[in-house]
Design a protein around this ligand. Structure first.
Ligand SMILES: Cc1cc2nc3c(=O)[nH]c(=O)nc-3n(C[C@H](O)[C@H](O)[C@H](O)COP(=O)(O)O)c2cc1C
Ligand code: SF4
Length: 518
């Protein structure tokens, strides 16, 4: 049973929906993403596919316990936002159909996309911050269990994020957004000027001159758009995050349980609030920043409150970063520590991602918000086929294996999930056999072919549609367009009953698998 506490005050989320903005082409987007300068072109190499008998004997298709939950196979589809919720965060038919399509492939587990824990507007992202979201979420659970014949466990990723605004028109920035301070006035010798004159003066200054007048965060707000940080202690709602977040996460987890989800994944990864608490850049002076143990304090407090609320028998784990992949960010030295602490606290699984930070994101165009997957760390999160000598396949394996080793050395058996560029059976099986991970995540490969799991299990691996790691899907995500895969979204577009994207140019789901052999 879920035990409730008084609800924490929800704060205004200032991010604006960009769903209706269709100004940029995908070609332009691809250019906007960072790629390693070596520009080596890689082709996916799925290797040999197993026969049905070999698959049946494999580790990959053997069951595993994740807390009290049993996965039929060690395959996992990590969270992927498909941009199919309503503007109010409710589950749509398109959401149901999306997850139903994945469930037909019968992976061991699917994690539903990052779902907001607050009851505040956040565009077409799923939300779980109020009981009114429960009917849609219940239907989602029923749909997945039915479509997978009960073979797929369904978890939901629950997330908190801070405010981020679009990059402003410089004119508007100086006229409206910039707060004129005595320091600005002193630096330009304008102590007794009317405010409007100060604004007009600043707006006319060249960049170099502004650098000596505006604060670094003001320059950032001008060039990238304003973005909150967990260390903004002057903002009461940021200062109070350690008091507010445990209850917000716990209430969301209770709703997940009430909706019938098989478990919850706390989102402690990428560019969002909890990962920012874990980050080496978190210098909060209140005991929740600075040394590693302090940075882990709130993530552990959130987990304990969630555990207390949902009970010991309900699977709860987290997704966090094996490496931040930014200058001065967390390395495996930090993340092995976090992994052991999370496991010791009683988390049921640890799912590892990497990178995806705002710190090195590219400057957005005016009118767009910064996107945390456009810099080097973004590349590390979703590496694409244009790469360096290491290539895009399995870049997260060794750091994840280091975390697993540390967890095992601490005497803990918590399952560890590795994700990143994994698309072949042999590759996945070898990782499990070598003890690098316990469960294998297939995100983009699952999107390219949701039937990967059934095809491989049944000895039909030759029929797999192999992901080419082009990141076309990720570019759609970046523009908040409905996510599809370029390998199937133009196929048989005129077939009756095919549901199309808002621009009518793409089908929203891959066609059903028509088995050819064996
Ligand atoms: C369209 C898209 C949406 C994603 N949304 C999420 C998300 O909501 N939460 C998350 O933790 N990761 C998200 N990711 C990252 C994936 O879960 C995964 O970590 C990443 O794609 C690397 O794995 P892969 O190489 O198997 O694709 C997303 C990835 C894609 C392509
Ligand atoms: S669009 Fe398809 S092929 Fe390209 S990376 Fe995404 S899932 Fe893979």
């Amino acid at each position: 049973m879920c035990r409730k506490r008084a609800p924490a005050a929800a704060r205004e989320y200032a991010a604006e929906s960009a769903a209706s903005r269709l100004a940029y082409t995908l070609v332009a987007l691809k250019r906007a993403m960072w790629r390693p300068p070596q520009r080596i072109r890689w082709k996916p190499a799925p290797g040999r596919w197993p026969s049905a008998e070999e698959a049946a004997r494999s580790l990959l298709f053997s069951p595993i316990a994740v807390g009290r939950m049993r996965l039929e196979s060690r395959t996992w589809v990590p969270a992927m936002v498909p941009w199919r919720a309503t503007e109010d965060g409710l589950v749509t038919d398109e959401n149901l159909e999306w997850y139903e399509r994945f469930a037909r492939g019968k992976p061991g587990a699917i994690v539903v996309e990052a779902t907001g824990i607050r009851d505040i507007p956040s565009g077409p992202l799923l939300r779980i911050g109020h009981d009114r979201f429960l009917p849609g979420l219940r239907e989602l659970v029923r749909t997945v269990h039915r479509a997978s014949d009960g073979r797929t466990r369904l978890l939901i990723q629950i997330i908190d994020f801070l405010a981020i605004r679009r990059r402003p028109e410089p004119e508007k920035f100086f006229q409206r957004y910039l707060e004129i301070t005595p320091s600005h006035r002193a630096r330009i010798g304008a102590e007794d000027w009317p405010e409007q004159r100060v604004r007009e003066h600043l707006a006319r200054l060249p960049q170099e001159a502004l650098a000596g007048i505006l604060e670094p965060r003001e320059i950032e707000a001008l060039h990238y758009g304003y973005r909150e940080r967990v260390s903004d202690m002057h903002l009461p709602h940021i200062r109070d995050l350690p008091q507010a977040l445990p209850d917000l996460f716990a209430q969301a987890a209770c709703r997940a349980r009430a909706a019938g989800f098989d478990g919850v994944e706390l989102h402690y990864a990428h560019a969002y609030t909890m990962a920012s608490f874990l980050s080496r850049h978190n210098d909060r002076p209140d005991g929740y920043g600075g040394p590693r143990a302090h940075r882990a304090r709130l993530p552990l407090a959130v987990f304990r409150r969630v555990r207390e609320a949902v009970g010991d028998d309900y699977p709860v784990g987290c997704r966090f970063l094996a490496e931040d992949c930014i200058d001065g960010g967390n390395t495996v030295e930090d993340t092995t520590y976090f992994g052991v602490e999370f496991a010791r606290a009683g988390m049921d699984f640890l799912s590892l991602s990497r990178g995806g930070k705002f710190d090195d994101a590219k400057q957005p165009a005016i009118g767009w918000a910064a996107y945390p997957y456009t810099g080097r760390s973004g590349y590390e999160c979703m590496p694409q086929y244009v790469s360096d000598e290491r290539g895009p396949f399995g870049r997260n394996v060794e750091p994840t294996a280091a975390i697993r080793t540390a967890v095992r050395a601490a005497g803990l058996t918590t399952p560890v999930i590795v994700t990143g560029g994994i698309h072949g059976f042999e590759q996945a099986e070898a990782l499990l056999a070598a003890g690098k991970a316990d469960v294998i995540g297939f995100a983009r490969q699952g999107l390219a072919d949701p039937d990967w799991f059934e095809k491989v299990r049944l000895g039909c691996g030759a029929e797999v549609r192999v992901c080419e790691y082009t990141n076309y899907c990720e570019a759609l995500d970046q523009r908040h367009h409905q996510v599809t895969c370029q390998l199937w979204d133009r196929e048989a577009l005129d077939e009756p009953g095919v549901k199309k994207s808002k621009d009518r140019k793409r089908r929203l789901l891959p066609a059903l698998w028509a088995r050819r052999g064996p």
